[in-house]
Design a protein around this ligand. Structure first.
Ligand SMILES: Cc1cc2nc3c(=O)[nH]c(=O)nc-3n(C[C@H](O)[C@H](O)[C@H](O)COP(=O)(O)OP(=O)(O)OC[C@H]3O[C@@H](n4cnc5c(N)ncnc54)[C@H](O)[C@@H]3O)c2cc1C
Length: 393
């Protein structure tokens, strides 16, 4: 579909990228699933190709490309059909390193971002804890000042993608006791870049239902000494930085999910076009054609929402409602499409090693991660209803 958002340069970039991902990533995807993480060589290959820092400035080793190059990349990652792979890469490039880029000191950025962009240092983001997920005010991982030069970090983080392989993790820590401040979000939080090779850091893989390549893990910090210079943003003001960075996280998660929907529909249409039942292929049965037509319509509507949110983001806005709407719409569409496509495949789609079965078990995670979809509905209700129905731009 032609779009006002993409130039011929984007189209050329997308074509080359699609070819690269099919040649260099797809053949290793099943190994990533089995080993539950991406091998370091693959990270470095992506880095060498300039794909891990498309949106970062050249001065830090990035590609300094406009944001629609990233949209092409995120969609094409989704089209690979492996949620775990896209989450691992998405967390590194569009979630964890975002904090460092937005609010790290110049020397911290120079020290870590170029190697992250080259795929030499892998990043993770650790917010969630056993007793704190949607409610960040319940975070109990503490960072206590030890003189002027260090913090000492203690606590447990869970469900961290890239958790065992990461070299660096951006950790949300408590630097002040929580206050109940209704409407003000979480208080007393800060962000620290922690070197995962520090003494006192241990990890344990979590046996998730799907998304296996994402290396989801628990990280335990036991009296870990972290230089005070690794503080990202202002002390005790972490919540505001999280709210800024979460918009890119949701934009990336939603866009990747839409790439996944396209892949799932392609796979299914191929199957329906080949499988004969009665006197014709399944693709000629109106009941199935109409369901597929509904899904492709929803996909294209959701894409316009993604592109609009990306356009606002590129202009420097912080499109909170649009990013939440996209994340909600794209991840729920992905779940619905996976369910229908499994049905259309008949029994073979239910084989645990079939691509459709993998997509089906992988996709539910996206409705929970990056903020549960119920939370997205709360945000949308607050920003687009309580604060007045938004007029179209
Ligand atoms: C595969 C995967 C990867 C993840 N990767 C990371 C990562 O890299 N780093 C990280 O820090 N975290 C990660 N997470 C954790 C994720 O961010 C949290 O799971 C999410 O924020 C929800 O927190 P919770 O699981 O504690 O659910 P809870 O906060 O306990 O909520 C449970 C359920 O209650 C409902 N609910 C919550 N709030 C509301 C509300 N306001 N209104 C109505 N219903 C509500 C929702 O259905 C929600 O799923 C990942 C999760 C998954 C599944």
């Amino acid at each position: 579909m032609q779009s006002i958002y993409f130039t011929p340069e984007h189209t050329g970039f997308r074509e080359a990228l699609r070819e690269f991902l099919l040649r260099e990533v797809a053949p290793f995807a099943e190994d990533c699933e089995t080993n539950r993480q991406l091998p370091r060589q693959l990270w470095q290959k992506l880095g060498h190709q300039g794909l891990l820092g498309l949106h970062y400035p050249k001065s830090l080793g990035g590609g300094e490309k406009d944001f629609f190059h990233s949209i092409c990349f995120l969609e094409e990652l989704g089209r690979l059909g492996y949620v775990g792979i896209r989450v691992a890469i998405g967390v590194h490039s569009y979630m964890a390193t975002t904090y460092l880029y937005r609010s790290g000191s110049d020397s911290l950025k120079q020290q870590y971002l170029p190697s992250a962009i080259r795929g030499e240092k892998i990043f993770a983001l650790a917010m969630t804890e056993p007793d704190a997920g949607s409610d960040l005010n319940r975070i109990t991982t503490t960072a206590t000042a030890d003189g002027d030069d260090h913090f000492v970090v203690s606590g447990i983080k869970q469900y961290v993608a890239n958790g065992t392989i990461a070299d660096c993790v951006i950790v949300v820590v408590r630097t002040e006791p929580a206050r109940q401040a209704p409407g003000r979000g979480a208080t007393g939080l800060s962000l620290l870049l922690v070197d995962m090779h520090s003494e006192g850091v241990t990890t344990k893989a979590i046996d998730t239902l799907g998304m296996w390549s994402a290396d989801t893990a628990e990280i335990c910090f036991d009296q870990v000494r972290v230089p005070a210079a690794n503080l990202i943003g202002k002390r005790n003001q972490g919540f505001f930085l999280i709210m800024q960075c979460l918009q890119l996280e949701r934009l990336a998660a939603g866009t990747m999910a839409l790439g996944g929907v396209e892949h799932c529909l392609e796979l299914t249409w191929q199957f329906l076009s080949q499988r004969e039942v009665g006197h014709q292929t399944l693709s000629r049965y109106q009941a199935l054609r109409h369901r597929m037509a509904d899904h492709i319509t929803e996909l294209n509507a959701a894409r316009q929402l993604a592109y609009h949110a990306a356009w606002l983001y590129e202009k420097g806005a912080l499109p909170i409602a649009e990013c939440s709407m996209l994340k909600l719409k794209a991840t729920e569409l992905a779940t619905q499409v996976a369910k229908d496509c499994m049905q259309f495949h008949g029994a073979r789609g239910y084989n645990s090693n079939h691509a459709i079965a993998r997509i089906y078990r992988d996709c539910q995670a996206a409705s929970i991660a990056a903020g549960a979809n119920e939370v997205m509905r709360d945000i949308i209700a607050q920003s687009a209803l309580d604060e007045g129905l938004k007029k179209p731009c």
